[in-house]
Design a protein around this ligand. Structure first.
Ligand code: FAD
Length: 809
């Protein structure tokens, strides 16, 4: 086979004055012409605009270009645009590379144009070096199962299921409790319109149960998911109800006959239910369940059921398997029950309750028939105080604002005042009143007009008068600037909305990540707010963070639309940036290795005994962690191969290496943070030469050794924050373990500790990136070129030896 002769075209963008206002474009053009295999160089005012893209197409056809480099903005911005341009001119889109000279140069070094131009040259040279090694790649196509699974039957999940079903897709709506409905079905009225919650949610629950495309699987748990976008295999375990669903008519005669009662969790344990019952009258599906923890097996229910024969005490858990193409996770939230905070007396004083308990009290269909009564004496309180931000906005508990508590407290206070008028004094102790959506501020005014007292301050203590069971709240009135004591016959705590206790287990099953707050994390907070890093799995509602009903409904519909982008297709294309194993090099054939399979965050590698490891291409996310972990260098990450990364490192350090910082930055966090530094025009010294990798997990130890062997002044690995920010679940942890072992070894060999750093910078931390660059530049200056050169001279033979040894292996 004759080797293809390389013909690289470099297109340099002025981006108006965004680049051309700082960098010397003419100098860049002349410089690019001198680079190996570059046969054509063209500058454009705006390369991303139609004329600019036409120039690329023209270049490809007229100059027979077989590699294209665009020196312009960040690849995070326009890489897909230019890939498409290349494809439209008949060039494989993966034979394209971008040189980021805007965010990484002109925008962050405006007052040092000469140095910025030099940096621009290096960045272009690095891109050309990679382009010379690029290979054509083919997108993979997998078939799609046109069915969806929605996990969680709250209002977000119901909305998602209904929308998908209306689009014509079969939907499995999985709910772990006996009925769909979620928290909304527990509420009395909803803010700001005060319409009855179950009256508006009930019809939707029924619609879901009657829709021919929806199958509700309630009282069941998700136990496993395998497969990949378009082709998930889902394992579900149905818990036994001891009632045969198809035979149960929901008539309730069994309940009437049952002699046993136990606390009803649905009523926040304020009411009771029978050992055979439904949690609430409007339950969907309306199928009874026997609670075997309480049932005395008197069989009165069996007699009452009679000929219908719906009761079966021998029912067993049942496992089922489903094939689906997309999954919407809508598992909602829980509330914090502050038993562990003695300041509020919750669980100790009868008349201190949570806001959710209050909802059940004031609800006409609730355990007290809608009467707000004190647990201590069954009497109506004449003064009720609501305390906001219990657990929320508290650095020691839950740092975030729970979002909807201000509004539901206003709602409860209004309902109470409207119900008992002058017979009750209502006060709200708050930190800030957050009423920022449609109709919410007007609702706040309505509360003020009703004579509700608002006190700005945080409660420091709730005490009880043991005789009267009345309560005293000690607080600081921030408006008066002095401590106060507030008397109340009942205290209602607006407690934090928290992740479900099983959210961690579910995250593991789904392979999705959680934020530091424990809620599920979206793929991108702005542009992909409903996607997860796992293709084909989407988020809706409060499982992603506290959200009120309108927001949860919108997200339910949004997630349905996102899922439909997959379900509506016969096949789905997967980016070919995946790992491949060279079976000839894989150790697993001779010795039991399997490190790659163990370290892959997605379980996408199979390492069967005495066989070479095998990558399941369709589920590989292309983080490259396995490549860096493989002790035999038997795995390659397409488009981010060792050769390509080494080429970039070597090219970056061709001149004045000791004056440079070689940065290997992960695409999703640190690279994006550096982009933001540029976009925000945070200026810093132009010393870094960035190499982009998809995940810090890809960073091989040898990259650092090679950079130091070549004399780099400093080496930086920029990663996503620990513990949960990694776009590939745990690539950053794997990198950390590797580098934690490497750093002390390098120091022992004589490397100054400042010269090798691992830093965690998020996509939102542009300023932090700029500050980090300033700090590293100052350290580099302090070390001075002579000391660095001396260290390098000592280190070089050792590093060469280490790298050679590895090659020999
Ligand atoms: P949820 O309602 O929590 O539903 C999640 C569902 O998923 C539940 O059915 C749950 O059982 C199920 N689930 C959980 N885990 C799993 C699993 N692993 N497998 C299967 N199923 C699972 N908002 C308003 O707009 N107006 C109001 O007036 C209002 N008042 C409120 C009052 C209080 C006291 C509280 C606490 C909240 C209030 N809210 C109000 C907020 C409202 O409750 C939420 O917006 C809404 O419930 C979010 O819906 P969701 O479907 O995301 O979650």
């Amino acid at each position: 086979m004759t080797e293809e002769k390389l013909r690289i075209g470099v297109f340099i963008c002025h981006c108006g004055l965004n680049i051309a206002g700082v960098l010397d474009i003419k100098e860049l053009v002349e410089y690019a012409k001198t680079l190996p295999d570059v046969v054509y160089v063209k500058d454009n005012r705006y390369t991303c605009a139609d004329p600019g893209q036409d120039e690329i197409r023209k270049g490809i056809s007229e100059h027979k270009l077989n590699r294209v480099v665009v020196a312009a903005c960040s690849p995070r911005m326009h890489e897909p645009t230019f890939r498409k341009t290349c494809a439209s001119a008949g060039l494989n889109p993966f034979l394209f590379e971008m040189a980021n000279i805007r965010e990484f140069s002109s925008w962050c070094h405006p007052s040092t144009p000469k140095e910025a131009t030099e940096k621009g040259k290096d960045i272009i040279r690095m891109a050309v070096a990679k382009a010379r090694l690029l290979q054509s790649l083919k997108e993979l196509e997998v078939p799609v199962t046109n069915k969806a699974l929605v996990v969680g039957g709250g209002i977000a999940g119901i909305s998602s299921a209904l929308d998908l079903a209306e689009m014509g897709f079969k939907v499995y709506l999985l709910e772990k409790t006996e009925s769909i409905g979620g928290h909304m079905a527990q509420l009395d009225k909803t803010f700001p319109t005060l319409d009855c919650s179950i009256c508006i949610e009930g019809p939707k629950m029924v619609d879901a149960s009657r829709h021919p495309n929806i199958e509700i699987i309630s009282y069941a748990d998700l136990i496993n998911i395998s497969g990949y976008v378009g082709n998930f295999k889902v394992k579900i375990k149905k818990k036994p109800r001891y009632v045969i669903r198809k035979n149960c008519t929901g008539c309730g005669e069994c309940k009437e006959a049952c002699p046993i009662e136990f606390p009803n969790e649905w009523d926040s344990n304020l009411g009771v239910r029978k050992a055979i019952s439904v949690p609430f009258e409007q339950a969907v599906p309306l199928v009874y369940t026997i609670n075997k923890d309480y049932c005395i097996e008197c069989y009165k229910c069996v007699d009452a059921c009679g000929a219908r024969e719906a009761i079966n005490f021998d029912q067993k858990p049942e496992e089922i398997e489903l094939d689906v193409g997309a999954i919407v996770v809508a598992t909602g939230f829980d509330i914090y029950r502050p038993y562990d905070d003695p300041l509020y007396g919750y669980g100790k004083y009868d008349n201190v309750i949570t806001a959710l308990e209050f909802e059940r009290l004031i609800l006409a269909a609730g355990p007290t028939g809608g009467k707000v009564l004190r647990a201590s004496d069954g009497k109506k309180p004449h003064s009720v105080a609501f305390i906001q931000c219990v657990g929320s906005r508290n650095l020691k508990k839950y740092e975030y604002c729970s979002g909807f508590c201000c509004m539901y407290t206003l709602k409860s206070a209004i309902l109470l005042k409207e119900k008992y008028k002058d017979d009750v004094d209502v006060s709200i102790l708050y930190m800030d009143m957050r009423t920022n959506f449609k109709g919410y501020e007007e609702f706040y005014k309505r509360a003020r007009d009703l004579g509700i007292t608002f006190i700005r301050g945080r409660a420091s203590h709730v005490l009880e008068d043991p005789k009267t069971k009345n309560l005293v709240i000690r607080a600081e009135d921030m408006t008066l600037g002095q401590p106060i004591e507030l008397l109340a016959e009942m205290v209602v705590l607006s407690t934090a909305a928290v992740p479900n206790s099983d959210a961690g287990d579910l995250a593991r099953i789904l392979n999705v990540s959680r934020g530091t707050d424990g809620f599920f994390m979206e793929s991108h907070p702005k542009l992909k707010p409903m996607d997860t890093p796992v293709d084909g799995i989407f988020l809706a509602g409060a499982c992603q963070g506290p959200k009120d009903i309108p927001y949860s409904v919108s997200q339910g519909s949004g997630a349905a639309a996102r899922a439909a982008t997959i379900l509506s297709k016969k096949t789905w294309k997967i980016e070919p940036i995946v790992a491949v194993v060279d079976p000839a090099k894989c150790r697993n054939v001779n010795v039991k290795c399997g490190i790659c399979a163990e370290r892959c965050p997605y379980g996408s590698i199979e390492a069967l005994e005495k066989q070479p490891a095998k990558v399941i291409t369709a589920t590989c996310h292309g983080c490259g962690t396995c490549v860096a972990e493989c002790p035999a260098d038997a795995i390659t990450q397409k488009h981010f191969t060792d050769e390509q990364i080494f080429a970039q490192i070597r090219t970056a350090l061709e001149e004045n290496p000791e004056g440079k910082i070689l940065g290997i930055l992960c695409n999703w966090c640190c690279y994006a943070g550096a982009d933001l530094a540029g976009t925000s025009r945070f200026e810093y010294p132009p010393l870094i030469r960035p190499v982009r990798v998809m995940c810090s997990g890809r960073v091989d130890r040898d990259f650092i050794l090679e950079a130091l062997r070549l004399g780099a002044g400093m080496v930086l690995i920029g990663a996503c924050h620990l513990p949960y920010d990694c776009h590939y679940i745990s690539g950053n942890w794997k990198m950390k373990a590797r580098m934690d072992a490497l750093a002390p070894m390098l120091q022992k060999l004589g490397l100054s500790p400042q010269r090798f750093r691992v830093e965690y910078v998020s996509a939102a931390e542009g300023l932090r990136f700029a500050e980090l660059m300033k700090e590293m530049a100052a350290q580099l200056a302090e070390l001075g070129p002579e000391k660095i050169k001396a260290e390098n001279a000592k280190l070089k033979p050792v590093l060469e030896n280490m790298l050679k040894k590895k090659e020999k292996k």
